[in-house]
Design a protein around this ligand. Structure first.
Ligand SMILES: [Zn+2]
Length: 78
């Protein structure tokens, strides 16, 4: 298992996620982000709005994703 924080995944808090793969990690982060968004947490709403804006720029989105994948790959296993 590897552990990343919400912030490391482009989020806004120090909540930790543990997962075996980057895809599973991204899914946990996304679910958490959506929950915080629904609760109206301002910091998370802001990062999610940035994310939505980035989705209109596939190259930026891909670079962002590659960065996060590289970060995940570089982590030590727990
Ligand atoms: Zn968070």
């Amino acid at each position: 298992m590897k552990t990343m924080t919400c912030k490391q995944l482009g989020g806004a808090c120090d909540k930790k996620f543990s997962a075996e793969s980057f895809d599973a990690m991204a899914e946990l982060s996304r679910a958490h982000g959506m929950q915080m968004f629904q609760e109206g947490d301002k910091a998370h709403v802001a990062v999610i709005e940035e994310m939505i804006a980035m989705m209109n720029k596939p190259e930026e989105m891909q670079k962002w994703l590659d960065d996060k994948k590289a970060l995940f790959a570089a982590l030590a296993e727990d």
